[in-house]
Write a protein that binds this ligand. Structure first.
Ligand code: IMP
Ligand code: MG
Length: 195
């Protein structure tokens, strides 16, 4: 028996989803595979997994329990100044890492990469702190939207150029708790206005 509720259990949240792209079980299986690969590649390196709040936390929570070697975890939080500055990849660091990362093998965990601008900004910020290595693990990749090239060491799934929600991905802070990932109905963009 699956440990997840069926999509219908999510009532009005599920009603806003046009169609499901990746089921909870599919995500689970892929996250397990990523965890296995990371466990092999980083054996003996005590990697530091770095996530960005809030979107990456379900992925981080599931991924790190599929990693079977010693590791540590830390989080950053960012916010956009405005839509315009975000398009330039400018974000404000709201919360920094708790410890220095010089000499550490850092694996940056991101739930979705779109234009790549946010990720590129954060990687530049981390690189100057002299980690021993700095690689990226992303669960969902919208590669056709990329404006700047970011090498991805680990990738879960390719996403179509559609706005998706669930498994940490939000629209106006909603839908993060869906265990699956689906395309939001056009109406839902209006329905959520003002709520
Ligand atoms: P970018 O790679 O700088 O364009 O920004 C990626 C960020 O945009 C992610 O961290 C998400 O917050 C957000 N994002 C991009 N695509 C989606 C989507 O389909 N659903 C929800 N959020 C998204
Ligand atoms: Mg968001």
């Amino acid at each position: 028996m699956s440990r997840y509720y069926p999509p219908e259990a999510y009532g009005e949240l599920n009603d806003d989803v046009n169609y499901i792209l990746f089921s909870a079980e599919e995500i689970d299986q892929r996250v397990r595979e990523l965890g296995q690969a990371i466990s092999v590649d980083y054996a003996g390196l005590n990697p530091l997994l770095v996530g960005v709040l809030k979107g990456s936390f379900p992925f981080m929570a599931d991924l790190l329990r599929m990693i079977t070697i010693p590791m540590e975890v830390d989080f950053m939080a960012v916010s956009s100044y405005s839509a315009e500055t975000r398009n330039q990849g400018l974000v404000r660091l709201e919360k920094d890492l708790g410890e220095p990362i010089d000499g550490r093998h850092v694996l940056f965990i991101e739930h979705v990469i779109d234009t790549g601008l946010t990720l590129n900004y954060l990687l530049r910020n981390l690189r100057v702190r002299n980690p021993a290595s700095l690689k990226v693990c992303v669960l969902f990749d919208k590669s056709h939207r990329r404006l700047i090239d970011v090498p991805l060491a680990y990738k879960g799934f390719d996403l179509p150029d559609r706005f998706v929600v669930g498994y940490g991905l939000d629209y106006r802070e909603r839908y993060r708790n869906l265990p699956f990932v689906g395309v939001l109905k056009a109406e839902a963009f209006y329905l959520n206005d003002g709520k």
